[in-house]
Design a protein around this ligand. Structure first.
Ligand SMILES: *[C@@H]1O[C@H](CO)[C@@H](O)[C@H](O)[C@H]1NC(C)=O
Ligand SMILES: *[C@@H]1O[C@H](CO)[C@@H](O)[C@H](O)[C@H]1NC(C)=O
Ligand SMILES: *[C@@H]1O[C@H](CO)[C@@H](O)[C@H](O)[C@H]1NC(C)=O
Ligand SMILES: *[C@@H]1O[C@H](CO)[C@@H](O)[C@H](O)[C@H]1NC(C)=O
Length: 365
């Protein structure tokens, strides 16, 4: 098959899959409430609110056409997941103005890690913030006040977690040996994720949605680091060792979710393999309509990666591509809105989830 015909066939399959996922999605029978925890993959303006960071255009240019605090040209995966349930986008928990928490709150903050656990805005801190939010809500209810989410809302809510990428990235950038990262650091990161799920569970949560990490070795940021030779590159041009690290992280995370499902009575914990989704996107990029799988749209230095540690997107002298929809990577670390749309459609297909439960399961009777 000619490349363009193959590409058209794959695109058609994907569109069909997305349409089918939408059609299968029965309407929610109660108002969906989502609480999200994580890093910049999920941050809808938290770092901007908390730290006063300002991420001007071209951030947000593809959809919002203004700065929203997202590190992306448009929508994040979490935004598409919310759209699939007809809910409003999640307001950052710390956004003082214009927030609407009737569909839940977003505790994710760019740059967040799981460790050290007591430093803002580590996962543990995000969970503490959630507990504060919940306690405040319940206190206000006892005083007869209206709150966006009531006790039943908290109980039926979906608790979304996507974290670990920054921990893993830092671990591999440190002097730690690969085996030490896999045998010591990854279990320590996962122990924090496990602790967060258990804490939420013992505070009444029962529905969880956990994302694995993406292929670290396909990020322009990692690929642009100096290397002696190209022996570590795979057929897609990604770094094998780092991707193997992501794979190890995910397989251990999947086991943690599995064990917790057995241990926590009445809990549903869905794990989704983001690595397979994103690696397929890189390997088969042209089939999805992308031209540049490994080059950042916004950055510095030009091909092959357009990534320069000294000149990030928005940094002095940065360059931004004309058409971000041809790129998987927005800034060398974060994906473009176009890539996020495909990733979200794949997540919504439930094909990469264990157990195979549709995203909207928690808002149906
Ligand atoms: C979202 O809205 C559309 C159109 O009104 C409807 O068909 C669909 O079932 C809704 N989805 C959910 C999950 O409520
Ligand atoms: C991947 O990781 C496993 C376990 O950590 C190791 O045995 C294997 O050699 C690694 N493979 C590559 C290609 O790095
Ligand atoms: C690329 O697409 C083909 C055809 O759909 C599929 O068989 C293959 O598994 C994909 N590659 C990856 C790495 O997912
Ligand atoms: C970045 O800056 C450092 C220190 O100024 C310099 O040594 C390095 O060569 C620069 N890297 C690039 C890719 O320009």
């Amino acid at each position: 098959m000619a490349a363009s015909a193959l590409s058209a066939a794959l695109a058609a399959t994907l569109l069909l899959a997305a349409a089918t996922a939408g059609a299968d999605e029965a309407p929610c029978t109660r108002r969906p409430v989502v609480f999200a925890f994580g890093d910049s993959n999920t941050d809808t303006g938290g770092a901007a609110a908390a730290l006063g960071n300002y991420f001007p255009l071209p951030e947000g240019r593809a959809h919002f056409r203004r700065s929203t605090g997202r590190l992306c040209d448009g929508r994040l995966v979490i935004d598409y997941l919310c759209e699939s349930l007809n809910m409003s986008y999640l307001s950052p928990y710390l956004e003082a103005l214009g927030s609407d928490f009737s569909n839940g709150a977003n505790f994710a903050i760019s740059g967040s890690t799981t460790m050290p656990r007591d430093r803002p805005f580590a996962l543990h801190v995000q969970v503490q913030q959630f507990l504060h939010f919940k306690q405040r809500s319940l206190d206000l209810i006892t005083h007869g006040e209206n709150v966006p989410v009531d006790a039943v809302g908290f109980r039926n809510a979906l608790y979304v977690m996507d974290i670990g990428q920054n921990d893993l990235s830092a671990a591999f950038s440190s002097r730690l040996h690969y085996d030490d990262v896999v045998r010591k650091r990854i279990p320590a990161i996962l122990s924090e994720i496990k602790d967060a799920i258990m804490t939420l569970y013992y505070n009444g949560a029962k529905n969880f949605w956990v994302h694995g990490t993406g292929p670290l070795g396909c990020l322009p940021q990692k690929l642009a680091e100096a290397r002696d030779d190209d022996n570590d590159l795979d057929d897609s041009g990604c770094l094998r060792t780092l991707n193997n690290g992501s794979y190890e992280f995910n397989s251990q995370l999947c086991s943690v979710c599995d064990r917790l499902t057995t241990q926590l009575k009445g809990a549903t914990i869905v794990y989704t393999d983001i690595l397979s989704i994103k690696y397929d996107l890189v390997a088969n990029h042209s089939g999805y309509g992308f031209e540049e799988p490994l080059m950042a749209c916004c950055g510095h230095g030009g091909p092959p990666y357009n990534y320069d540690l000294n000149v990030s997107c928005l940094g002095p002298g940065y360059r931004v591509c004309e058409d971000g929809s041809k790129f998987l990577s927005w800034d060398g670390v974060h994906y473009t809105e176009a890539a996020n749309a495909v990733v979200a459609a794949k997540i919504l297909s439930a094909e990469f989830s264990t157990p195979r439960v549709p995203f909207g399961y928690f808002c149906k009777a």
